[in-house]
Design a protein around this ligand. Structure first.
Ligand SMILES: Nc1nc2c(ncn2[C@@H]2O[C@H](COP(=O)(O)OP(=O)(O)OP(=O)(O)O)[C@@H](O)[C@H]2O)c(=O)[nH]1
Ligand SMILES: [Mg+2]
Length: 198
């Protein structure tokens, strides 16, 4: 459960990462996949993380404090957006990579993928990176409301196969409908419990 949430700070430079001394969960995924909407759904604050119909809007890492510092969300810039320059892509890529490799408090990366589409090469690149650095992750499929119940099941399997995880490892969500919230909170509780024992 999230009782309190607030925006804390934005970071454009991985050399200036904040250290809150509390567990951090990063929200990663392609541009427009629904990262900011997902944070808004979980916190119950529709306008906490800025969302946009224009892809590629979140260009910074935005940090959100949850439950008065119990843990933090790091909303990462979306990757794989075609309409930005090579230089800008490299800059975002470096920011994300630096964050993932340097963050002291990162306990898990929520990798968001659109349930309707096969994961892209960029998604697989991110997962390979997480495997290589032994960073634990959770696969979250978004925008389930755009599919029928039957299609949701089929697509869940396609996503899981493409990413080399079990079907039950893919949490199906819809920020529009508040779907999957319970499962996500259970996951977060387990992650925090594990982190507290380290
Ligand atoms: N139908 C539906 N639309 C969604 C859902 N989640 C997000 N959207 C829409 O998808 C678009 C992008 O959502 P954002 O939350 O801004 O996506 P983002 O991943 O934060 O995007 P960047 O910050 O640009 O990387 C917006 O128009 C949202 O309203 C969902 O669960 N269902
Ligand atoms: Mg965003």
């Amino acid at each position: 459960m999230i009782k309190q949430a607030k925006f804390v700070t934005s970071v454009a430079d991985a050399g200036k990462l904040p250290d809150f001394g509390a567990p951090e969960i990063a929200i990663a995924g392609r541009s427009n996949v629904g990262k900011s909407s997902f944070i808004n759904m979980l916190t119950g604050q529709g306008k906490l993380a800025r969302t946009s119909s224009e892809p590629g809007r979140t260009r910074l890492i935005n940090f959100f404090e949850i439950n008065k510092g119990e843990y933090y969300f790091a909303d990462l810039p979306g990757y794989g957006f075609a309409k930005v320059s090579r230089a800008e892509k490299d800059k975002w890529g470096a920011l994300i990579e630096n964050y993932l490799s340097k963050s002291e408090n990162l306990i898990n990366v929520f990798v968001l993928v659109d349930l309707r589409h096969e994961p892209t090469d960029d998604d697989k690149l991110l997962l390979n990176y997480l495997y290589a650095y032994s960073i634990p992750f959770t696969i979250i499929a978004t925008k389930a409301d755009k599919l029928s119940r039957l299609q949701q099941g089929k697509c869940r399997q396609i996503v899981a196969n493409a990413l080399g995880v079990g079907t039950s490892d893919v949490i199906v969500t819809s920020s529009e409908k508040g779907m999957g919230k319970q499962e996500v909170f259970e996951r977060i509780d387990r992650l925090l419990e594990t982190a507290s024992k380290l």
